[in-house]
Design a binder for this molecule. Structure first.
Ligand SMILES: *Cc1c(COP(=O)(O)O)cnc(C)c1O
Length: 470
């Protein structure tokens, strides 16, 4: 072992605060509080440096789909590290794991996908999307067709291109974003923006914001539309069923490429292999990462549909783009083991037929709680909307576009604090509490998770009443 075993929590925290700048973190505030140090994990449970057991209802960061401690993935990495720890895919070379993973991805993705471009992460995958989409229209002699439309409160990663495609205003406020040629439309969030419309009416209206934007820009300038099937980091915003088919119809009408960011929704999360199959779109490109290796090792990429692949391959010449770790053999070996395990354990079918519906029912039963204005799930992702007043459904912060999510709303953070203390990882996004547990979670473990969620909601309710927040 190269890592010290017997350091105390305080010692870890001091060293952490002194040297480690964490992602998406207020450095000063974290240094004061001290990090929680996670030391090991098994199945769906984490252990911290104080020995507390924690139920991980977020699958790490939406990625540990097969759960922790899967020997098949560990063996695949170990074997590949011994055999060939690294070789690149530049200059007409390849490695067996990368080739075999490309082959397997072509098999498990929708039929229009037969090619893959590998990256090291989801953000890098979306950088590739921007370059590839613009390259596609260049080759076709339409270089002016370069604008990509994303959505407010969407999340597509944290690189310059990823953060620009995303619609997080707090991210755009730092570092001169978005980069040129990226536009945004409002998100399909019915509870916040639906007004008097029915859910399905609103889905159509939200899709038509895309058509308005395309017409305002001029269809001959619009290269692509990018969206998550279900917005994850934005708060598990599940679009009305009418939304994506209408988006697809509009994109087809104007020849706009459809990009499905499947970094969270891919590999079974929604109860189908990919989120586009659940929501009913037929993308030209799909970004993936996270669940492709269940997070055991970094890997991302872009599935390239036939429409784009044919142009790139037959008419494109050299695509001046690539990463040192595109097709990293160890990452690809782990991804192969991970996908085969998902197939063996029939995790996608389990989410669709068994634990997904079971979770939906459990969430439904939370609607009687005084804090809960809405409870929704899609496969094994779920969101609870916290409201001040069930009568008028008034949420804790009045949602209105992006702003609602960027304010640091205390209620979610209060609830998250209780979760931490009670041994549950649940994430707070403004007034929404969200989960995305590992796909291997059992019904009994869902019961255990729901008991913890209910206890944390009760504790939060007691705080809210005592403090006069509601
Ligand atoms: C996490 C995420 C990304 C970014 O992936 P990284 O591996 O963190 O770069 C992109 N898109 C979506 C939908 C994500 O959830």
């Amino acid at each position: 072992m190269t890592i010290t075993k017997n350091r105390s929590t305080a010692d870890w925290q001091a060293a952490d605060a002194k040297h480690f700048l964490h992602p998406f973190t207020d450095f000063q505030s974290l240094a004061k509080k001290g990090s929680r140090i996670i030391t090991k994990a098994e199945n769906i449970y984490l252990t911290d440096s104080d020995g507390q057991r924690i139920l991980d209802a977020m699958s790490g960061l939406w990625c540990v789909n097969v759960g922790y401690g899967q020997q098949a993935l560990i063996d695949a990495a170990t074997r590949q590290l011994k055999e060939l720890p690294f070789y690149n895919a530049f200059f007409q070379t390849a490695t067996p794991p990368a080739i075999e993973l490309a082959e397997l991805l072509a098999e498990v993705t929708p039929p229009q996908f037969r090619h893959v471009f590998f990256s090291g992460s989801g953000s890098e995958g979306n950088d590739t999307v921007v370059r590839m989409v613009r390259r596609y229209w260049d080759i076709l002699g339409q270089p002016q067709r370069s604008v990509i439309i994303g959505r407010r409160n969407g999340y597509h990663g944290s690189t310059m291109a990823g953060a620009s495609l995303g619609g997080m205003s707090a991210m755009h406020a730092q570092g001169g974003l978005p980069i040129p040629g990226i536009e945004h439309i409002e998100q399909p969030y019915w509870a916040a923006l639906g007004g008097d419309m029915s859910r399905e009416q609103f889905g159509l209206a939200a899709a038509r914001w895309l058509e308005e934007k395309i017409l305002a820009l001029g269809p001959d300038r619009v290269a692509a539309f990018i969206g998550e099937p279900v917005q994850g980091a934005g708060g598990v915003i599940i679009p009305p069923a009418s939304y994506w088919p209408e988006v697809q119809r509009i994109c087809d009408k104007y020849g706009v490429l459809v990009v499905s960011d499947e970094v969270i929704c891919g590999f079974g999360r929604t109860g189908r292999w990919f989120g586009c199959e659940t929501v009913g779109s037929k993308p030209d490109l799909m970004t993936f990462a996270k669940g492709v290796t269940s997070g055991y090792i970094p890997l991302g990429g872009v599935m390239v549909g036939d429409r784009v692949a044919e142009v790139l391959i037959e008419r494109g010449g050299e695509f001046e783009h690539g990463y040192t770790y595109s097709g990293h053999p160890v990452a690809c070996a782990v991804a192969l083991a991970n996908i085969r395990l998902i197939q063996e354990l029939k995790l996608v079918e389990r989410v669709h037929d068994d634990v997904g519906p079971y979770l939906a029912k459990a969430f439904e039963s939370l609607k009687d709680h005084p804090l809960i204005g809405d409870a929704e799930t899609c496969g094994l992702m779920g969101a609870l909307l916290l409201v001040k007043d069930k009568g008028d459904g008034r949420p804790f912060n009045q949602p209105g576009g992006m702003q609602a999510f960027d304010e640091s709303v205390s209620i979610g953070m209060v609830c998250r604090g209780h979760c931490f203390r009670e041994g549950l990882i649940m994430r707070a996004v403004g007034n929404r509490m969200i989960i995305a547990p590992p796909l291997v979670i059992t019904r009994a473990q869902i019961d255990e998770m729901m008991a913890l969620i209910r206890r944390c909601l009760d504790l939060t309710l007691a705080d809210a009443r005592r403090e006069g927040w509601m």
